[in-house]
Design a protein. Sequence first.
Length: 481
Amino acid sequence: MKVLFATSEAHPLAKTGGLADVSGALPAALQDVGVDARVLMPAYPSALEKAENISRVFRIKLPEHGETSLLRGAFPGNGVPVYLIEHDGYYGRKGLYQDESARDWPDNAMRFGLLSQFAAWLAGPKTPLDFKPDVLHCNDWQTGLAPAFLRYESAKPTPTVFTVHNLAYQGIFPPDVLKKLGLPPESFSIDGMEYYGKLSFLKAGLYYASHLTTVSPTYAGEIQTEAFGMGMQGLLATRGNELTGILNGIDMREWNPVSDPHLYAPYSADNLAGKTTNKLSLQAELGLQSDAKAPLLGMVSRLTHQKGSDVVIEAVPQLIKLGAQFAVLGSGETRLENAWRKLAAAHPGRIAVKIGYNESLCHRIEAGADIFLMPSRFEPCGLNQMYSQRYGTPPVVHKVGGLADTVTHATLENLANGKATGFVLDRLDRTSLVDALGRAMILFRHKLAWQKLMRNGMTRDFGWAQSARQYLGVYKKICRA
């Protein structure tokens, strides 16, 4: 089985969020189950810097895009092959999707239209490569046009899988982009990629792909409803029989407190002593009061309405009175960034906020915090709640999407039978969050019970093996069809 995995980002070559973590780990897991999986993505400066054994495959001049090259290299560490689309005008800049002021690049339609075109070309019957994919696996709106290109290129197009990592990001552009990218006018209809008079890259993927997947079973059901469907619920419901929810995994080698090079001290489920060392060192790094007994709440997140950051901000005054400290890392909406800055200024030594993203600090917060906050309003899968369990940092989550699929609520029964791994909110509001964290902090003070909760999460298997086998099953199914 040969699979071309098209994505706009992949860790460690380029990353803005969870899509990169999936795109960096899943192809390697697919290789472990016998799939010849190769990644296609843009040649961002960071990708050119970090990929290994880069060579040029060919150079071509395209009518709408100009000079473009295809490079081949390999991911560092696992050696998974990667094809990089080199176009200095499109990808030779700092931001993947936005400039330094968090404004979308005005040419994103052309940038990711080119990515989709290349994906369809390299996976289609006219591919110039000696690698002829059985399946093209596309990810999120940035590759959504690829199934459409394939459909209009061939009477028997290469089967495609389109994975929705977050339905909220839809790639909406003016309809004149259609002509620039060479797609036929008939594709711009309600039975196609037209979305309220605009062109939707996401809808193109949802409509034209052979099979759809989401990154958790619960999210697959949620997006077929009005509450979570983001305007696409009708189309998704009609494709319900061709929609599969497959839970994301995590890279168990990279996210391992025993060997994590970013941590101050190693620790494990059998030896938790290093957890306290990481907490005290993180407090010192961030300027928090040194106090092993103070519940340290960690949050690594986009600071957005979706992630529930506003609800956490509302709850902070009550949680501070309960003795909590905060370690926050993230960026997002300006009003929420500013609100966190004000809270940090008002509570020195109790609240530390770092605006931006720092991979190394992310690992240290997961290891140094006692409780991890992830109260998302919706969450297709989420990875940080799995990282936090792996690091013995029980998460507090809202019962949606992948959070519902991966965190087992700490009821008395679940604590007794060893299944509890965190705290799950049925409703998301300030009162519910404070109540859940209050109960968590009470349990935190009971050392033996808390350590049992920590070990329950640390010993769970969140690896990619099972998910990779499920994806292989989908590939085989659409190839037979």
